[in-house]
Design a protein around this ligand. Structure first.
Ligand code: J2J
Length: 549
C-alpha cells in the first residue's frame, strides 16, 4: 500500500511505520470511514443545506451511487477532477463518491476563473471539471466549457443544477438513491483505494512562485480531522456551521466538516458569511461551533451588538487564517457569548489550536500549539540555525499530517522542503513561554487578503503581460477590514501609461486576486542579489501613503 502517484512525495517508510504504530494512521480510506459513520449514525442528520436535510445513511448511499456512475464515465483510482462547487450536500456527496473509488478532487474556489481552473487542471492532469450550471449570476458551465476545450485539453464537464447543456454530464441524476445499495457497496468496497494514496488536492498560495497543489492522503487527512475534533471538543452533539468556502482546509478538515461527521454531529451550510444570513441559521439549527477568518469575525462582533438573534447555543468560535489582534480577540468571546479558539493552520499540514480550557492570556495572545505528539516544530534564523527560545524565526514543521512536497513541483520542493523533509512555512513565529506559537510575520511571497492566500507571482504575471508594463511587483498593504490587500508597484515602458481601472479590467482571474492599489515607480529597489526588494518596497509605499494624508 505505498503511494504510486508520481506527483507525490511520500513519507519515508520508517516514519510511516511509526505513525501507523502510534495509531495516527489507521489504514483505511476516507470512503471506509464514511460507511463507518453511516452504520453508527444512520438515520441521524449529517447535513443541513437550506431546506434539505440528509442523514448519514442517505449521504453514504448517494455517494455510492455517484461513485458507480463516475466509474461508468471512465473515472477511477488515481484520476483527478477539478471541483468547483458551492458548499452543500452535493459537494459532500461528490467528495465522498471520489473517496470511495480513489478519484482525487482538486478543490477549487467559486471565485476561480479560466486561468486558475486551467492551471489546476493541467498541473493535476485532470480528466474532468465539476461545476454548477450557474452561481451568483455567473455562468460556471460556460467557464468550464471554455477551460475544457482550450488548448489540447480534453476534459469531461459535469454540471449540477437544471441547466446542464448538451455535451456535458448532468450530475444531479447521478446522485439519486441506488436501488440495490448493498450490492453496490460490495462492488465499491472491492475498488477502495489504499489509505496511503492521494485522497485530495488542496490549494495553497505556496511560499514562492505560482500557487501550489497540496497532496493529502486518506490516512493523514483522517488523522488531521480526528485529532482536531478531539482538541476542539467535538462530539455527537456538535452542530458545525460552514461559513468559509468548503474547499478550504480549515472548514473541511480542521476539524470542520470531516471532524463533525466523524464525531457523529451535524454539518450546517451557510449560504453566505453575512451575519443577516448566518445568525438566523445559528438560532434555528442550534449551531454549537463554527470557524471564521478574523475579517468575518469582526463583522459578526459588530453585528451581534445590534442584532437580536439568540446565539446562546454557540459554544466555540474558532478564528484563524490570518492575524487576530489581541485587542480584538478579547471582544470575540464577549460579543458572541462563546469561547474563542485560535487556530493557526496551513493546507500543507501542521495545525495549532489554543485549547478550550487555556487561560485567557494564552487564548488572546497566542495562536495555539500543535495537535499531535509526533508533530515536529522548529524555529530557525536566516542561516537555518535554531533561535533561542522566545526569539522570532521561521517555523518549520514535519509530522504525521504535514506533506513532504507539493504535487508535481520538484523545483519548488527543493526550495520549500529541506532534504530531510521539513516544510519551510515562510511564517515568522515566536515560542511563547507556555509552549504556544505566536505568529509575528511572514517571509514568503504571498498576500494574505482576509485569509485568502494569493501568490504574488501570479498577480505579477497578469500585470506583466500588459504591453505598457516593464516591471511589476505585488505586495501586501494594510487594510482595515481584510488585514491586507494587494498593491501592485509598476515600472512603465517609455511613453506608457496605466491606471488602476485598466489594471482591474482583467477578467479570467479570480476577483480577489485583482490589484486594489497601483503605485508607479521609475525603478524598483533591488536586493544585493538583484531581486526586487519587497521589504523596502513596502516601506516606500507606506511612506507615500503617509505623505498623501
Ligand atoms: C496568523 N496567520 C495565520 C493565524 C493561518 C486552519 C486555520 C487556518 C488555515 C489556513 C488552515 C493563521 N494567524 N491564526 O489551513 O486548517 C497564515 C500563515 C499560514 C497560512 C496558511 C487551517 N492561520 N495563517 O489559513 O493554507 O501564514 O491555511 O502559513 O490557507 O495562513 O494558509 P492556508
Amino acid at each position: 500500500d505505498t503511494p504510486t502517484d508520481p506527483g507525490m512525495v511520500p513519507w519515508p517508510a520508517d516514519q510511516a511505520a511509526r505513525y501507523t504504530a502510534a495509531g495516527h494512521w489507521r489504514g483505511r480510506p476516507l470512503g471506509h470511514w464514511m460507511w463507518t459513520w453511516a452504520r453508527r449514525r444512520g438515520p441521524h442528520t449529517a447535513v443541513v443545506d437550506g431546506d434539505r436535510r440528509i442523514s448519514y445513511l442517505e449521504l453514504a448511499r448517494r455517494a455510492d451511487a455517484l461513485a458507480d456512475h463516475l466509474l461508468d464515465h471512465g473515472l477511477g483510482n488515481g484520476d483527478k477532477i477539478v471541483v468547483q462547487l458551492p458548499g452543500g450536500w452535493k459537494y459532500l456527496t461528490l467528495f465522498f463518491a471520489c473517496q470511495r473509488i480513489g478519484v482525487v478532487p482538486v478543490l477549487a474556489l467559486m471565485a476561480h476563473r479560466e486561468r486558475e481552473l486551467a492551471y489546476f487542471a493541467d498541473l493535476a492532469g485532470a480528466k474532468a471539471l465539476v461545476v454548477p450550471d450557474e452561481f451568483n449570476d455567473f455562468d460556471h458551465q460556460e467557464l468550464a466549457a471554455d477551460v475544457a476545450r482550450d488548448g489540447d485539453r480534453s476534459l469531461q464537464v459535469f454540471v449540477t443544477g437544471p441547466g446542464c447543456r448538451d455535451g456535458h454530464v448532468a450530475l444531479d441524476p447521478l446522485m439519486e438513491m441506488p436501488d440495490d445499495g448493498e450490492g453496490l457497496r460490495g462492488k465499491l468496497n472491492a475498488l477502495a483505494p489504499g489509505s496511503r494514496q492521494l485522497a485530495l488536492l488542496l490549494l495553497s498560495g505556496g511560499t514562492t512562485g505560482m500557487s501550489k497543489l497540496v497532496p493529502r492522503t486518506h490516512d493523514d487527512y483522517e488523522y488531521n480531522a480526528r485529532r482536531s475534533a478531539e482538541v476542539s471538543g467535538f462530539g455527537p452533539g456538535t452542530v458545525y456551521l460552514v461559513v468559509l468556502p468548503a474547499a478550504h482546509n480549515f472548514p473541511l478538515g480542521s476539524p470542520g466538516i470531516l471532524g463533525t461527521l466523524l464525531s457523529g454531529g451535524r454539518v450546517v451550510f451557510a449560504p453566505s458569511p453575512r451575519p443577516e444570513v448566518a445568525f438566523p441559521l445559528i438560532e434555528r439549527e442550534r449551531v454549537t461551533v463554527t470557524s471564521l477568518v478574523p475579517s468575518i469575525a469582526q463583522r459578526w462582533v459588530e453585528a451581534a451588538a445590534v442584532e437580536s438573534y439568540d446565539l446562546s447555543c454557540l459554544h466555540v468560535v474558532q478564528v484563524g487564517g490570518s492575524v487576530l489582534a489581541p485587542e480584538f480577540a478579547a471582544r470575540v468571546g464577549a460579543a458572541l457569548g462563546c469561547t474563542l479558539q485560535q487556530v493557526y493552520g496551513m493546507a500543507e499540514g501542521l495545525l495549532n489550536y489554543t485549547r478550550l480550557d487555556d487561560p485567557e492570556s494564552v487564548v488572546l495572545r497566542t495562536q495555539g500549539r500543535p495537535i499531535s505528539p509526533d508533530d515536529e516544530v522548529r524555529i530557525v534564523d536566516e542561516f537555518r540555525r535554531p533561535v533561542p527560545p522566545g526569539t522570532p524565526g521561521e517555523l518549520q514543521a514535519r509530522g504525521p499530517y504535514t506533506i513532504r512536497g507539493y504535487y508535481a513541483a520538484p523545483e519548488s520542493n527543493a526550495v520549500t522542503f529541506t532534504s530531510d523533509g521539513w516544510y519551510r512555512s515562510g511564517d515568522i513565529v515566536r515560542m511563547h513561554p507556555t509552549g504556544n506559537l505566536v505568529v509575528e510575520g511572514r517571509i514568503k511571497d504571498v498576500i494574505n487578503r482576509g485569509g485568502e492566500k494569493i501568490s504574488a507571482t501570479e498577480v505579477e504575471a497578469v500585470v506583466k503581460a500588459l504591453p505598457q508594463v516593464a516591471q511589476a511587483a505585488a505586495i501586501p498593504v494594510p487594510d482595515p477590514v481584510l488585514g491586507e490587500r494587494i498593491c501592485v508597484c509598476v515600472v512603465l515602458r517609455p511613453g506608457g501609461d496605466l491606471t488602476l481601472d485598466e489594471l482591474r479590467r482583467e477578467d479570467g482571474v479570480a476577483k480577489y486576486k485583482i490589484p486594489e492599489q497601483l503605485e508607479i515607480f521609475t525603478d524598483l529597489p533591488l536586493t544585493p542579489v538583484g531581486k526586487v526588494d519587497k521589504k523596502e518596497l513596502c516601506i516606500l509605499v507606506e511612506r507615500r501613503r503617509g505623505s498623501r494624508q
